[in-house]
Design a protein around this ligand. Structure first.
Ligand SMILES: Nc1ncnc2c1ncn2[C@@H]1O[C@H](COP(=O)(O)OP(=O)(O)OP(=O)(O)O)[C@@H](O)[C@H]1O
Ligand SMILES: [Mg+2]
Length: 266
């Protein structure tokens, strides 16, 4: 566990395997009296192949941070790099899963998953087989010709994850994808996500305000402080993989959750 809760943290030393790197990122919204500093002095290095969660209370800037990393909005100052190249717009090499599933209701499950393949005019036959594999892995075999309205919330988010992964992105960004699900379904989805991630080995950045979810999924948890959003503390999660539901009762897991809760409230 490392404490980086200094007022103006210096950039961390960049490991050779840094996949995504935030360098002194600041984000301001509005102007004049309505000017609002959402993020300040964000320095963070995310290593290749890691599963990193960004944890923080509502309004602390998690979504803003992820949108900047995705190239959807620019930082006001500083930069975000992927493989040492500044991210300036969304790219094919990044998959994004939003807080609410944003499936196209007039397209079937399979057609939704294959949307990026259509947009980038890639080989449909090859990706169709891959999409069916994903559906099998996510327990959705037989639902390929259903429409989103015929699926539960959890099933829709599974389809969103398959769509985000269909082009084998090297980075998967997820913004509270399971926030709207009940506790049991959410835990099941956590396990399914880890199973599919362990096959893809993509670098994963996962936003949540749920401490247990962050600890269960991650190699590292980055705790954001509020007003303005800043990196408050980073927790390493030394639990072995593959993770199972039993890990949630592991003494180390329980202690980590307690430490994270205390740090969040401090
Ligand atoms: N487009 C925008 N225009 C103005 N202010 C914004 C905009 N987007 C975000 N903000 C402000 O920036 C701050 C951080 O918002 P953000 O959505 O990143 O928080 P969050 O941590 O994702 O919260 P939640 O957990 O509720 O989703 C908030 O105070 C919000 O009002
Ligand atoms: Mg948010």
């Amino acid at each position: 566990m490392r404490d980086v809760s200094v007022s103006n943290p210096k950039p961390q030393q960049v490991p050779a395997t840094a996949k995504i790197e935030f360098r002194d990122v600041t984000k301001t919204f509005g102007a004049g009296t309505k000017r609002m500093l959402a993020l300040s002095g964000i320095n963070l290095s995310i290593e290749e192949g890691q599963f990193v969660s960004i944890l923080g209370e509502s309004g602390c800037g998690k979504t803003t941070l992820l949108r900047i990393a995705a190239g959807l909005i620019p930082p006001s100052s500083g930069s975000v790099l992927m493989d040492d190249v500044a991210i300036t717009r969304p790219g094919r090499d990044m998959g994004f899963v939003f807080q609410q599933s944003v499936l196209l209701e007039w397209r079937t499950v399979l057609e939704n998953i294959l949307l990026p393949v259509e947009i980038f005019k890639l080989d449909m036959k090859e990706h169709r087989e891959k999409a069916l594999e994903f559906l099998k892995m996510l327990g959705l075999s037989g639902f390929e010709n259903h429409y989103p309205i015929q699926l539960s919330g959890g099933m829709q988010q599974r389809v969103s994850i398959a769509r985000a992964l269909i082009l084998s992105p090297s980075v998967l960004l997820m913004d509270e994808p399971f926030g709207a699900l009940d506790a049991i379904t959410r835990e099941q989805m956590n396990s399914e996500l880890l199973r599919i991630w362990s096959h893809s080995r993509t670098t994963a950045v996962f936003i949540t305000h749920d401490i247990g979810e962050a600890a269960f999924l991650s190699d590292r948890v980055v705790l954001l402080g509020s007003r303005p959003g800043c990196v408050k503390q980073i927790f390493d999660i030394p639990l072995p993989r593959p993770r199972t539901a039993e890990h949630r009762y592991d003494n180390r897991f329980v202690c980590l959750c307690r430490d994270m809760k205390q740090a969040m409230m401090a």
